[in-house]
Design a protein around this ligand. Structure first.
Ligand SMILES: *Cc1c(COP(=O)(O)O)cnc(C)c1O
Length: 379
């Protein structure tokens, strides 16, 4: 735990290594590249990157040049793919730090060439239906030819696309993913052989053997969080890597009929014991969690959050349980219940309550919450 703050996030690096191993086995002979953008989905990009590479990931993916530079400065030597084309002014940094750029526009190709690289690997991204970024399939061959014209400065090392609904098992979604893969296939027919062809995010890596191609870009799965309810059943052997924990900072008895927290939104219908937990929405516990059935674990029991979550603190109803200042609280993670079973609140539970996805929950645990990495094996 953290000495000076009674709220922290434990990062289980053994779980990261385990999850990378599970994915490698599932997708072989495709390679696993670990997606460590957004500070490793809130888990700590450097620790995750180092652990994933040691566990056999062949490369890393980031969203921003800055994220790639931080990994290089920390001594990470593995290939680092930047997942979207970057501002022209980022070109010098990409070349200087040996990052692998995603490309789809000619001005960006020229900006890279102007830095004088030799054999800089680039990956061409094709938009097959997500409609976020990437070259249109009709123009892919022309942009690939532009890359070839810029040899030996640039080298087309990869071609890829990104799925919009790979986490959904509805037949329409499966059809849509089929269509995206078919479009990628038609683009590839027009190109010379490319070393790396990829499409799968975590959901597709788990659910779509036909999308694994030469490598998968796995983010959320390496953190042990399900990409979505449609693929929950494929995540049973993954282990969640983040636990959010705290200690009780204050305990009091409240009277039936009294109300609590900003707006006095919760009214007690019996006398009860309330514990205050020193973590709030500035730490990434959504303010609304109280209104949708959010709870924490104390002593192996679920204690509902009562009243609005405040910026730095929240309150929970402990009923007639004996709780004290300093007692362990688990917000995300598991505890042993009094009957010996394991009781768990996952990021997926918060996501379901708040109508979002586990990604937003783990990424939302803010930098104010100290990360405590744990490893038992030497990764
Ligand atoms: C974030 C991202 C991924 C990783 O997705 P997960 O669902 O977390 O596995 C893969 N590819 C691209 C292009 C991304 O932006």
């Amino acid at each position: 735990m953290s000495d000076i703050r009674w709220a922290w996030a434990e990062i289980d690096l053994d779980a990261i290594a385990h999850n990378v191993g599970v994915l490698r086995e599932r997708v072989a002979p495709a390679a696993v590249w670990a997606v460590v953008k957004a500070d490793g989905y809130g888990h700590g990009a450097f620790d995750v990157a180092r652990t994933a590479i040691a566990a056999g990931a062949e490369g890393l993916c980031v969203a921003l040049v800055q994220e790639g530079i931080e990994l290089r400065r920390a001594g990470i030597d593995a290939p680092i793919l930047v997942l979207t084309e970057q501002p022209i002014d980022a070109a010098p940094h990409i070349v200087a730090h040996r990052l692998t750029p995603t490309v789809y526009r000619r001005p960006f190709l020229d900006a890279l060439v102007a830095e004088g690289p030799v054999g800089l690997p680039v990956h061409l991204m094709v938009d097959t239906g997500m409609q976020r970024v990437g070259v249109h399939p009709h123009s892919a061959a022309a942009v690939a030819a532009s890359i070839a014209q810029r040899a030996p400065a640039l080298r087309l090392a990869g071609v890829y696309t990104h799925f919009a609904v790979a986490d959904e098992d509805h037949p329409d979604s499966v059809d849509f993913t089929d269509g995206q893969l078919a479009k990628l296939g038609r683009v590839l027919e027009q190109l010379p052989a490319v070393p790396l062809v990829h499409a799968a995010n975590s959901a597709a890596a788990l659910a779509r053997p036909d999308a694994r191609l030469s490598m998968v870009r796995a983010g959320i799965a390496i953190y042990g969080v399900s990409p979505g309810p449609g693929v929950d059943h494929l995540c049973d052997d993954l282990r969640p890597a983040m636990e959010v924990k705290a200690r009780i900072s204050f305990v009091k008895q409240v009277r039936s009929g009294s109300r609590i927290s900003y707006g006095l939104r919760h009214r007690f219908d019996r006398d009860t014991t309330v514990a205050t937990i020193p973590i709030g929405y500035a730490d990434g516990v959504p303010r609304r969690l109280h209104a949708v059935g959010g709870a924490v674990l104390i002593g192996g029991r679920r204690c509902p959050i009562v009243g609005a979550v405040t910026m730095d603190q929240l309150m929970v109803d402990c009923g007639d349980h004996d709780v004290r200042v300093g007692d362990d609280v688990t917000l995300i993670g598991s505890q042993n219940a009094p009957d010996g079973s394991t009781i768990r609140i996952g990021a997926e539970e918060w996501a379901a309550l708040l109508d979002t996805i586990g990604y937003e929950i783990v990424c939302g645990i803010s930098s104010r919450v100290p990360r405590v990495p744990r490893r038992s094996i030497d990764h």
